[in-house]
Design a protein around this ligand. Structure first.
Ligand code: PEP
Ligand code: MN
Length: 337
């Protein structure tokens, strides 16, 4: 349920209303907009008398929220969420570019790629240390050592890092990680999501291979309902009958998720297509669709990559793409003004 307040509500009356709602076990999220303030009510609101609340002097209107996700709902929080990571901002009109290798392999590899993507304008360095692989015989990532190499690359370049956690037990190793990624296969690992909700670092949740928008938003809700509102959504392609590409990049998800939610939406054209040649056009299409940023795999030697070489761009190709991405983003921003 949301309560829309009249402009400049009487302070004492507002405090009374909040105290009364809290005494009923309702949690309140306040969203201050340009003209109106909205109180988002979470909890068992079925016991509340809408007519009684609507009749208060300070209240302009009351609406029930039908969707099962509340904290993630745009109706609760009309303004875009902007997440500050280091000195970059994710959401709210900025273009976030997360780039780096699928997996951290060696110091030389990750530092070389980190320097290259930084020079091209990337705002975060990505790299997997714990890898969810379909086959148990495939490279599983360097684990804790991989995170140490990422820290080294962060020190060398100043780029904040994003890396995937696969299990709650790995979390203590993520102290130096700036954005914690939940992989597509773990999107509904509810224990993990709850644990990530009880810490403050931003969490990027990748859409599951066969998950609906509502399921993705409910995963965000798991994190947010525990108190961590710094959630980023990531569209990384879904499974269909088509086998030509690794997945199908569902670009309609970008405007749809923006409509349903205030959370930033990142698009990952690398895992969505599985083919490096398709990454540039789809990255640009994602920006045209309004994505808040991109996640792009870059490797200094894709042919020898231990994971996801076929979809990884060489640094030179990434540089060319980055120029186009920033130009397109600026163009669209100017056209809006
Ligand atoms: C990744 O980002 O390397 C990854 C494993 O992605 P996804 O969970 O989308 O498959
Ligand atoms: Mn990958």
């Amino acid at each position: 349920m949301i309560v829309i307040l009249k402009q400049n509500p009487n302070r004492a009356q507002l405090e009374n209303l909040i105290d009364w709602l809290q005494s009923k076990g309702i949690q309140i999220h306040t969203s201050v907009g340009l003209t109106h303030t909205i109180l988002g009510l979470v909890g068992d609101t079925s016991q509340l008398d809408i007519d009684l609340i609507s009749a208060l002097d300070i209240v302009e209107g009351v609406r029930r929220i039908q969707e099962p996700y509340k904290n993630a709902n745009r109706k609760f929080h009309p303004n875009d969420t902007v997440i500050e990571v280091g000195n970059t901002r994710i959401g709210g009109g900025e273009l976030t570019v997360m780039a780096g290798p699928c997996s951290v392999e060696t110091e030389e590899q990750v530092v070389t790629v980190a320097k290259a993507v930084k020079a091209s304008g990337a705002t975060l360095l990505r790299g997997g240390a714990f890898k969810p692989r379909t086959s148990p015989y495939s490279f599983q990532g360097l684990g804790a050592d991989g995170l140490k190499l990422l820290s080294l690359a962060k020190k060398e370049t100043g780029l904040p890092i994003v890396s995937e956690v696969m299990d709650v037990s790995q979390l203590p190793l993520f102290d130096d990680v700036d954005v914690i990624q939940v992989g597509a296969r773990n999107m509904q690992n509810f224990n993990l999501l709850k644990e990530l909700g009880s810490q403050k670092k931003p969490v990027m949740i990748k859409r599951g291979l066969s998950s609906t928008y509502e399921e993705l938003l409910m995963s965000a809700e798991y994190v947010m309902s525990e108190g961590n509102e710094n959630v980023i959504l990531c569209e990384r392609g879904i499974r269909t009958f088509e086998t030509y590409t690794r997945n199908i990049l569902d670009l309609a998800s970008v405007p749809i998720l923006h409509q349903l939610s205030h959370l930033p939406v990142i698009v990952d054209p690398s895992h969505a297509t599985g083919k490096s040649g398709l990454v540039p056009p789809m990255a640009l299409a994602a920006i045209a669709a309004g994505a808040d940023g991109l996640l792009i795999e870059v490797h200094n030697d894709p042919a020898c990559a231990l994971c996801d070489g076929p979809q990884s761009l060489k640094p030179e190709a990434f540089d060319k793409l980055a120029k186009k991405m920033f130009a397109l983003h600026d163009f669209l921003k100017d056209a809006e003004d």
